[in-house]
Design a protein around this ligand. Structure first.
Ligand code: AMP
Length: 386
């Protein structure tokens, strides 16, 4: 069942497919509103499982998914690579207000690009690649540099090859074609900034957007989200308008994160969509009147959406495995830099047992009188030098 309006009152149980940090923060926000949570995740004692009851099973385990459906009044997901069979089964056996159509679209770069274009929004010029010959022809048409990407399964820069010269085409094709997935070539956008806008839409059609974030990646992993984004007001307004148009045209229920490239001329191109809470929206936990997590719960339960207004400048900085030790040392001492700069760093750790290199372990929302003060604090702590 999907596509209908159904109020899910507090006291009900929300099932979350996926037990990572996004599920954990959804559960924290939902618990506050009186909801109970059950999560399905293969890793025992998952970040979400620590705050909810957990079914320990693989994501494509239909029996486990059926159990999740039986125990839940409404089901949501915290990642987009949900097995298509499981998604369809959950929809028929339970209530999944987000539906499976949006998942189907966002699981595949080509389908996603067509849907974005149908909403009247630009994506980087692209072509489907089926052979070395088509790669050569498209590289000529689109021009180099260009980025070859797998249509499915890529994240954090995995499954991507940046092509700068024609000599690189053959080797990239050999590697990429071995992935066995469809491929797409995108024109390289010489962007000035990367930003994201998170919109929420309820089944009743109410849409609210959060303040656009300026995102800085290191080694293809999000490092900083700076809010307000340092962009022209006209670009900010346009980005918000595009996100609303995408949420409405795609019939989104819950959150949709829209990642955009901003060119030096202020043109906007959609890079990617994510139909779930997004790392670049973690800043909303303290810096917005309503967090992205509460907003998602409100949307899927068809409660009136909260006010997403920004309360303060903020910089969200991710804590990866290699930052854990310095973060723990910093937490144990008095922070004179924060006092001097007048900033308030708010720590969120996800309860992951092993601090593996590059693994997202937590984040810090640095509330500040200005984004410059917050950035100065990030620089002065020395935590992110490793
Ligand atoms: P993605 O996995 O598509 O989000 O890409 C990861 C990162 O690669 C983006 O955040 C950009 O920094 C860069 N990138 C991806 N596609 C392009 C493009 N067409 N032009 C320029 N940079 C890109």
């Amino acid at each position: 069942m999907s596509g209908e309006n159904k109020l899910i009152p507090p006291g009900s149980t929300i099932g979350v497919l996926g037990g990572g940090q996004l599920g954990r923060m959804l559960a924290h926000a939902g618990n506050r509103l009186g909801y109970r949570f059950v999560t399905l995740d293969p890793t025992p004692d998952s970040p979400c499982g620590q705050t909810a009851s957990q079914i320990v099973a693989n994501y494509d385990d239909k029996e486990a998914a059926r159990e999740l459906a039986e125990r839940s009044d409404v089901i949501t997901y915290e990642f987009e690579n949900v097995d298509a069979g499981v998604a369809a089964m959950l929809e028929s056996e339970s209530y999944v207000p987000q539906g499976s159509a949006l998942l189907y679209t966002t699981q595949h770069r080509l389908r996603e690009k067509k849907a974005v274009e149908a909403a009247g929004v630009k994506v980087a010029p692209y072509a489907e690649i089926v052979s070395l010959e088509s790669l050569r022809a498209s590289a000529t048409n689109l021009g180099l540099p260009a980025v070859l990407k797998t249509a499915t399964g890529g994240y954090d820069g995995k499954g991507q090859w940046v092509l700068r010269t024609e000599r690189e085409l053959e080797a990239a094709w050999t590697e990429a074609s071995q992935t066995g997935t469809e491929l797409v070539l995108e024109k390289f956008i010489a962007f000035d900034k990367e930003i994201s806008v998170i919109a929420a839409r309820s089944p009743s059609g109410e849409v609210r957007t959060f303040a656009p974030a300026e995102n800085i990646h290191v080694n293809n992993i999000l490092h900083l989200s700076i809010v307000p984004a340092r962009i022209a007001e006209s670009v900010r307004g346009e980005a918000v308008k595009l996100a609303v148009s995408i949420a409405e045209t795609l019939g989104v229920v819950g959150l949709i994160a829209v990642e955009l490239f901003v060119t030096p001329d202020g043109d906007l191109y959609v890079n990617e969509l994510a139909p779930r809470p997004h790392n670049s929206g973690h800043y909303t936990m303290e810096a917005s009147k309503t967090s992205q997590f509460e907003q998602h719960i409100r949307a899927v339960c068809d409660l009136p959406l909260g006010d997403p207004a920004l309360l303060t400048p903020v910089v969200m900085v991710n804590v990866l495995g290699e930052h854990m030790q310095p973060v723990l040392e910093w937490m144990a001492r008095k922070d004179t830099a924060a006092e001097r700069l007048g900033v308030e760093p708010k720590v969120h750790l996800y309860g992951k047992a092993e601090a593996k290199h590059k693994r997202k372990m937590g984040h810090i929302n640095v509330l500040a009188p200005s984004v410059e003060a917050a950035l100065k604090w990030v620089d002065e702590t020395n935590i992110w030098r490793v």
